[in-house]
Write a protein that binds this ligand. Sequence first.
Ligand code: NAD
Length: 468
Amino acid sequence: MRIAVVGSGYVGLVAGACFADLGHEVILVDNDHEKLRALSNGEVPIHEKFLPELLSRHRGHRLTFSDDLKEAVRLSSAIFVAVGTPPTEKGDADLSYVESVAREISGGIENYKVVIEKSTVPVYTSEWVRKIILRSGTDAESFDVASNPEFLREGTAVTDFLFPDRILIGCDSQRSADLLREIYAPLTDGSYYKRADAIPQPDRAAIPPALIITSTKSAELIKHASNAFLAMKISFINAVASVCESVGADVNQVVRGIGADSRIGRRFLNPGIGYGGSCFPKDVMAFRAVAHEYGYEFRLLDEVMRINEEQRRRFLRKIHDALWTLRGKRLAVLGLAFKGGTDDIRESPAIFLVQELLQEGSKITAYDPAAMDRARDVLNASVTFASSPYEAAKGADALLILTEWEEFSNLDLPRLRQELKYPIVIDGRNLYDPEAMAAQGFTYYSVGRPACLPDGVPTGVLKNGKKA
Ligand code: NAD
């Protein structure tokens, strides 16, 4: 099948490369000429496992890049729209990129096409896309609008795309449903997974993935409701962590107990410094806004957002509890990306915390395995970037762990202790066992668990915790 994917960001680029790997002919369209130039030259603009392999496999053959949307539409049967839908100041989704793409698409429709929303959009968007295309005089029979929301996670985007929990197709006509079924057939009939060159299967993959076909509106709503639910799970466990801190319980033990219930599940019950990224914050706001627009006050989502905001503030207070004043203190920061495995810093709680610490006069030396280039663009010049966790820790008053990169959970602790001026670790991601840290000579603070002092040090040194 000939497919156009409009927008070559985290979603469009991964979707385009994966569609090519399924055997389709893909034109990736973007209006960012610098990005197109980089992609054509073989550069990989985002940090994503297996993406470099797929791009080098298909670039110039089944995967081409273009800035000519109209021509790409003319040549394709399916047009996936994967442009950004950022929040407006009011909190609803800014759909102006989607609208401008819809307007341009209409000029290229000569025979039957399906225009598919891949971007995360509010529930009425497909109707508007249809109206916009019709307004330009396009024949109503010559196209359908469908919804195929994307559930990939940054960091594991390629495997999430090729080994999804489910493929969701929202269609209001049989013809468009058949076309989308055909596009995903190599996954749903299992043939992709039998190929010797298939991307390796991750743990927990359900093969073949479930195909769920719904109305377009239901599909749009499923995406917003899914993200809101996941954000709620994170805020819920962060609220539980706060109660644990007040009563001296251990949230990790509590999570083990809650998560063992198959109705609840263990995943997404990770206490920390709150959710961030380009999806959850904006999608929770947009879902609340669309509910409000249609007469339902989704107050539960207000609370999800409030807890998330508070979680960052609580972590700042924890840093104060550990260090007292911050002016002039040297802090080592591990992690800038909004989560491990990605270079994306959009709405990253780590970036928020670094900015707050800088405002309070701290000196920051930061290390992140992938996100430092992007962070340099948004953090002021006073942040120093290190080439390893140990270099960041050198002479620091304390070490903060702000992103759950795997490499941060396997640090050489004796070496880290030697590098730090004071052996204090404030862990926003609960990567270490408090008792093990105490045994290694650290004063260790984490989320939802009592703070810990090195073995042998009197507990009076801790303001807000007990010796474990
Ligand atoms: P992004 O900002 O990384 O990429 C968007 C791309 O669209 C950019 O390359 C931009 O240049 C391009 N673009 C904008 N206007 C254009 C136009 N008129 N013509 C051609 N190209 C245009 O965004 P993203 O993270 O890939 O997200 C895209 C959508 O997918 C959003 O709605 C997002 O909510 C949703 N989504 C994102 C993720 C994720 O993990 N990032 C996951 C699922 C869904």
